[in-house]
Write a protein that binds this ligand. Structure first.
Ligand code: APR
Length: 259
């Protein structure tokens, strides 16, 4: 058989995989209206990443919060899951996806119906007081003055996402290492692979023998390094096409060896 269509090849791999992990980055949410961090229109071409550095936040919570609100709180209440998030949720429901490790803090995987989601960088859905550790939901704080403070003790509120220089929460970190060690297939969607330590997870999976399928309109740090099947394109278009292959009867013939 000649070179198989990469979508068909990817679909066969996914159908035969005993355990598949999806590993996602900002690119999967671009078509939901949330800009990426790097590349054209990237947030870091408009804002200084130092505003998300833990040290900077502690020294200048007002300056940091001004940017945090614009980047994460203004966008997120309007963004909705897109087709790519929905296909991953369907794959999970049909037993074709074990878990999703996401670097994103937009909660769109959960809103699309995915249940086993590990947020490597936390999320924006909760905040806590730096002084008394009381937890808050975004709706419980007012952002018309900076920084938002705790109703109980007046301490500064910090979003529960991971700042640069802050450690990764234990549960997603452990889950990511375990997923890397037991996955037959890693489906990487929309990430440059720039940021440590998240970017090491797919590399670990490869070292454990996983096959790597990558979805991205551009090559990333993974493409020429660990990617086995590169499905070049936008997440919604690629995932819609892959969904067609995954849930089509024709594929079953292939799987049973009927050529
Ligand atoms: N579909 C799929 N991928 C896309 C799309 C799209 N429509 N548009 C852009 N991309 C790709 C880009 O080509 C790029 O590879 O998404 C990736 C976005 O890269 P980054 O902005 O670097 O996002 P990410 O890799 O998730 O960043 C990791 O950096 O700033 C920190 O904590 C932040 O979690 C983030 C981490």
């Amino acid at each position: 058989m000649g070179m198989m269509d990469p979508f068909r090849e990817a679909a066969l791999l996914l159908k035969r995989s005993r355990y598949t992990t999806a590993f996602t980055g900002a690119g999967i949410s671009v078509e939901s209206g949330i800009p990426p961090f790097r590349g054209e229109g990237g947030l870091w071409s408009k804002y200084d990443p130092k505003t998300l550095d833990l040290q900077y936040f502690l020294e200048d919570p007002t300056g940091s919060w001004r940017v945090i609100k614009e980047i994460f709180y203004d966008f997120f209440d309007t963004a909705k899951p897109n087709k790519a998030h929905q296909v991953l949720a369907r794959m999970e429901q049909e037993g074709m996806l074990g878990c999703t490790i996401t670097q994103n803090i937009d909660y769109l995987h959960q809103e699309a119906g995915s249940r086993v989601v590990y947020e490597f960088h936390g999320n924006t859905k909760s905040l806590r007081c730096l002084h008394c550790n009381r937890a808050y939901k975004p709706g419980q704080m007012s952002l018309d003055h900076f920084p938002p403070t705790c109703r109980e003790c007046g301490g500064v509120l910090k979003p529960d996402f991971v700042f640069f220089g802050e450690s990764i929460p234990q549960i997603p970190l452990g889950a990511a290492y375990e997923a890397a060690s037991l996955s037959d297939v890693f489906l990487i969607i929309g990430t440059t692979g720039e940021v440590m330590p998240a970017n090491q997870i797919p590399v670990m999976a490869k070292q454990y023998g996983a096959k790597i399928i990558e979805v991205n309109p551009e090559p990333s740090n993974y493409t020429l390094h660990i990617t086995d099947i590169f499905l070049q394109g936008k997440a919604t278009e690629v995932m819609e096409k892959l969904e067609g292959q995954l849930f089509s009867a024709a594929l079953d013939n292939d799987e049973n060896g009927v050529d």
